[in-house]
Design a binder for this molecule. Structure first.
Ligand code: ADP
Ligand code: 5GP
Length: 214
């Protein structure tokens, strides 16, 4: 769907277990054809229920390093012993079509994307409390105790970088959070700096009403 408006590149980050994946799934269900969600490549093993090409492109370390060499990735980072990276071609194609493209990536990658695409909207999702974060991570049941501990210690580091983001959203009630994320992105489309072409067209049209160009 090409809406005629310019697509926005959106990065959603948040501590592991804060609910990013759940929010993204709901966002895509509630607003079908509205968002293009980038699928990352990773060297981590698939969790139960995850499919190659749906949640991630699951690749070997060797394959990942080839992607780095070929510059097939917009950015990549290491996160708790694995590589994660954003394939370039899909993102650039979707943006060219005017779609809003969402990258669900961690903070180092987010900052690299912002450098390359300064118009990127950076959104940080957090749980209502640190205790709730731990409970969600444990409750998800997809990682062993040591990995959960590594992910929580990574959360401590990530918490120091939140001020680099544009928006901070709490994922307490999922419905509310999904509506907030969608609302923020919608609102962003009306920012003056994202509408310079239309503003200039309007100005040119107005000039047509006066004899001499002001
Ligand atoms: P992330 O992708 O950020 O690592 P997930 O989407 O996998 O997080 O969510 C972590 C766990 O928390 C999952 O078991 C999920 O079902 C649960 N969860 C997500 N959002 C909420 C919420 N608003 N309230 C309660 N539990 C939630
Ligand atoms: P998980 O293993 O829980 O799916 O993801 C671990 C972390 O990696 C999350 O913070 C997730 O946002 C991040 N991540 C996923 N894909 C990418 C990516 O392509 N690049 C970067 N930098 N981080 C990613």
């Amino acid at each position: 769907m090409n809406t005629g408006r310019k697509g926005i590149l959106i990065v959603v980050s948040g501590f592991s277990g804060s609910g990013k994946g759940t929010i993204m799934k709901r966002l895509l269900e509630e607003y079908p054809n509205r968002y293009a969600l980038s699928i990352s490549a990773t060297t981590r093993a698939p969790r139960k229920g995850e499919e190659h090409g749906r949640e991630y492109f699951f690749v070997s370390t060797e394959e990942f390093e080839t992607m780095i060499e070929r510059e097939d990735l917009i950015e990549y980072a290491r996160y708790v012993n694995n590589y994660y990276g954003t394939p370039r071609s899909y993102v650039e194609q979707m943006l060219a079509e005017g779609r809003d493209v969402i990258l669900e990536i961690e903070i180092q990658g987010a900052l690299k994307v912002k450098k390359q695409y300064p118009d990127t909207l950076l959104l940080f999702v957090a749980p209502p409390s640190a205790q709730e974060l731990k409970e969600r991570l444990v409750g998800r049941g997809t990682e062993d105790e040591a990995t959960i501990a590594s992910r929580l210690s990574r959360a401590v580091e990530e918490s120091r970088g939140i001020e680099n983001y544009d928006y901070f959203v709490i994922n307490d009630d999922l419905d509310i959070c999904v509506a907030q994320v969608h609302g923020i992105i919608e609102g962003e489309h009306y920012r003056v700096s994202r509408n310079t072409r239309r503003i200039n067209e309007m100005r040119q049209e107005l000039y047509g009403f006066v004899k001499e160009r002001p």
